[in-house]
Design a protein around this ligand. Structure first.
Ligand SMILES: Cc1cc2nc3c(=O)[nH]c(=O)nc-3n(C[C@H](O)[C@H](O)[C@H](O)COP(=O)(O)OP(=O)(O)OC[C@H]3O[C@@H](n4cnc5c(N)ncnc54)[C@H](O)[C@@H]3O)c2cc1C
Ligand code: SF4
Length: 523
C-alpha cells in the first residue's frame, strides 16, 4: 500500500497536515490506547468526549471514501500500547512510509521519534499548521528577549493576522481593553441558556465503555452535553457568538454560585481536538463586532484569549520543554490536599469550583486561576501534583496548554518567565468578583483570628515565606511595603495561624501523582 497516515486524538480536523495529499491506497490509522502509562486519571467526560469525537471523525473520513483502520479500546487485539499498535498496523498494511502531524505533547513527540527504528520506515512529522503562530515563528519572536510578555507577542500576532486592525493601527485606538473587563456580575442578570448536545448512539456506546472501564475516575459522566462533531461544534460557536459574546468582556472575570458558564465560550475542547480552528473562531468574533453585534471590548477580549494567550502558551511550551516542567522557583513541596478531588472543604469557593469541575469537566478561567490555582500557589503545593490535577480534571486539558498555564501562570514555578508577578490574591479578590463568600463559614473581611478567611492568612504567609525570591520584584513592592508596615505581633500571629491551617490539610492519598492503568488520551 501507500502511506500510513496516523491521526492522533487531538488532530480531528479534515485539513490536518497528515491528511494533505491523501491518495487512494493510503490508510488512516486511528487508535484508542489504554496504555499503562505515567499519565493521569482523566475526568470521565474528558475520556468520553475524546473517544466519541475520534469515532465520529473516523466515520466522516470513511464517508468520504477514505480507508480508516480504527482500533477501539475494547478490541481484543488492541495491544494497549501505541508502539504496539504502530507495529501491528505496519504488519497489516506494509506501508511505504508513515506520515503524522506533530503532536501536542513533548512525551508523544519523543515516542514518535522512535518509530523509524521500530518499523524501519521513513516517518514524516508535519508541522501543525492549525495554529496561527508556528513553533519557528515563536522561536524567532522569543530570540534574545529577557522576558516573554504575552502583550507584546499578541500585538505582533494582531499585525500579522490583520485581526482587529485598521492598517497598522489597532481598531479603537487601543490594543487591549482589559481594564473594561473586570466587573462583577450585576445582581439579577439573566444568563443565556447554553447549547448542549444530547449523546447519539455512538456517544452513548462510548459513555457505557467509559463507565465500565473507568468507574473510579474523577467526575460525573452524565449529563454529557459536549459536541463531538465539527457540525455541532460550529453550532456551539454560532450560539456563543450570538448569545454570549456581547457580554463576554464586561464580566469576563466574574464568578457566581450555580452558574459555571456565565458568558464564556465553552469552545476550548473543540479548538484543542481540532473540531474548530483558531482562525475561524477569531474571525467569527471580529465579524460580530464589525456587524455591530458585539462591543469592541468583548470582541478584543475574546480574540486576545485565542490569538494571544492560546498561541503564546503553546509557543512557551515548545520553546521551553522539556526543562520547563522541572523548575520549581518557589520551592513548593506541599502535597495536594484531598479536597481537590473530594470537594469537601469549608472554603465555599473551592467547594463550588471543584463541584463545577466534577459535574462539567469545566471551570472558567478565573475559577481555575484565582480559586483553585490561587490556593495552590498560596499553600505552596508541589507544582507536579497540581499540574497532574489540572491535566486530569478538565475536558480541554492537553499538556501544551495546561502546563504553561499551571506551571507558569498559576504556580510561578518558572520564576517569572510567563507572568511578571505571581497571581496571588487574598479573600478580598474572591469576595469582590463572586458571591461565594456569602455562603462560607469564613469571612473574607477577617484577616486573622476566629473566622479569618484562609486566603487572607495564606496570602500574607506567602508574601512572608517567599520574600527572598519576590521582594526584589518591582511589581511586588506594594505588598512588601504593607507587610513591613504591619506590627510584628500581628505578623507573627498570621504566620502561626497560616501554619496551623496548612498543617491541618489532608493530602491526596494517591499523592496527586500520575497513576498507572489510565488511558493515554493524547493519542
Ligand atoms: C490553571 C489553568 C489551567 C488551564 N488549563 C487549560 C487547559 O488545560 N486547556 C485549555 O484549553 N485552557 C486552559 N486554561 C485556559 C482557560 O482557562 C481555558 O481555555 C478556558 O477556561 C476554556 O473555556 P472557554 O472555552 O469557555 O473559554 P473562554 O473564556 O470563552 O475563552 C475563549 C478561548 O480562549 C482560549 N484561552 C483563554 N485563556 C487561555 C489561556 N490562558 N491559555 C490558553 N488558551 C486560553 C481558549 O481556547 C478558550 O476557549 C487554563 C487556565 C488556567 C488558569
Ligand atoms: S471567605 Fe474565603 S474561603 Fe470563604 S468563599 Fe470567601 S474567599 Fe473562599
Amino acid at each position: 500500500m501507500g502511506v500510513l497516515r496516523v491521526i492522533l486524538g487531538d488532530h480531528l480536523s479534515r485539513d490536518v497536515a497528515a491528511l494533505d495529499g491523501w491518495e487512494a491506497g493510503d490508510v488512516v490509522l486511528m487508535v484508542e490506547v489504554a496504555e499503562e502509562t505515567t499519565y493521569v486519571p482523566h475526568h470521565k467526560q474528558k475520556i468520553a468526549f475524546i473517544l466519541s469525537a475520534m469515532r465520529h471523525f473516523a466515520e466522516e473520513l470513511h464517508g468520504e471514501g477514505i480507508e480508516v483502520d480504527y482500533i477501539t479500546l475494547d478490541d481484543p487485539e488492541n495491544s494497549g500500547s501505541f508502539t504496539g499498535e504502530i507495529e501491528r498496523a505496519v504488519a497489516r498494511h506494509a506501508p511505504e512510509r508513515i506520515v503524522v502531524t506533530e503532536p501536542g505533547e513533548w512525551r508523544v513527540r519523543a515516542m514518535i521519534e522512535t518509530w523509524t527504528a521500530l518499523t524501519g520506515l521513513p516517518v514524516e512529522v508535519r508541522e501543525d499548521d492549525r495554529f496561527l503562530c508556528s513553533r519557528g515563528r515563536f522561536a524567532r519572536w522569543a530570540e534574545g528577549r529577557k522576558g516573554f510578555r504575552m502583550e507584546f507577542f499578541y500585538r505582533e500576532m494582531r499585525r500579522e493576522t490583520g485581526l482587529l486592525m485598521e492598517g497598522d493601527k489597532p481598531v479603537g485606538g487601543q490594543w487591549n481593553f482589559d481594564a473594561d473587563n473586570r466587573k462583577p456580575l450585576p445582581r439579577g442578570t439573566r444568563l443565556p441558556q447554553r447549547l448542549r448536545f444530547p449523546p447519539d448512539a455512538m456517544t452513548q456506546a462510548v459513555i457505557e465503555l467509559v463507565a465500565t472501564r473507568f468507574p473510579d475516575n474523577f467526575g460525573d459522566l452524565s449529563p454529557f452535553g459536549w459536541a463531538v462533531t465539527r457540525a455541532d461544534a460550529l453550532s456551539a460557536l454560532d450560539h456563543f457568538i450570538a448569545e454570549g459574546l456581547p457580554s463576554f468582556g464586561d464580566v469576563q472575570d466574574a464568578m457566581k454560585r450555580g452558574e459555571p458558564f456565565l458568558y464564556h465560550g465553552l469552545i476550548s475542547p473543540y479548538l484543542n481536538v481540532g473540531l474548530l480552528t483558531a482562525r475561524e473562531v477569531c474571525l467569527a468574533a471580529e465579524t460580530a463586532w464589525r456587524r455591530g453585534a458585539a462591543p469592541l471590548n468583548a470582541a478584543e477580549g475574546f480574540i486576545r484569549q485565542i490569538l494571544g494567550w492560546r498561541e503564546y502558551v503553546r509557543g512557551i511550551y515548545w520553546h521551553q520543554m522539556p526543562g520547563y516542567a522541572e523548575t520549581n522557583a518557589l520551592d513548593a513541596t506541599r502535597p495536594l490536599p484531598w479536597f481537590y478531588w473530594s470537594g469537601k472543604t469549608d472554603m465555599a469557593c473551592i467547594a463550588e469550583v471543584v463541584g463545577d469541575t466534577r459535574r462539567n469537566a469545566y471551570a472558567h478561567h478565573i475559577q481555575r486561576l484565582m480559586v483553585t490555582g490561587n490556593f495552590a500557589l498560596l499553600a505552596g503545593i508541589r507544582p507536579a501534583e497540581i499540574e497532574a490535577w489540572y491535566l486530569a480534571v478538565y475536558v480541554d486539558a492537553f499538556d501544551w496548554v495546561e502546563l504553561p498555564n499551571v506551571h507558569g501562570m498559576v504556580m510561578f514555578a518558572d520564576g517569572g518567565l510567563l507572568a511578571s508577578k505571581p497571581y496571588a490574591a487574598s479573600g478580598a479578590y474572591i469576595d469582590r468578583m463572586s458571591d461565594y463568600c456569602a455562603g462560607c463559614r469564613y469571612d473574607p473581611k477577617i484577616k486573622v483570628g476566629e473566622g479569618a478567611c484562609p486566603f487572607n492568612l495564606l496570602y500574607w504567609n506567602f508574601i512572608a515565606g517567599n520574600a527572598a525570591t519576590l521582594r526584589g520584584n518591582p511589581r511586588m513592592a506594594m505588598p512588601y511595603r504593607t507587610w513591613d508596615a504591619m506590627d510584628a505581633a500581628r505578623r507573627e500571629k498570621i504566620v502561626a495561624e497560616a501554619g496551623r491551617f496548612l498543617d491541618g490539610l489532608s493530602p491526596d492519598p494517591a499523592g496527586g501523582r500520575p497513576r498507572r492503568g489510565q488511558i493515554a488520551l493524547d493519542l
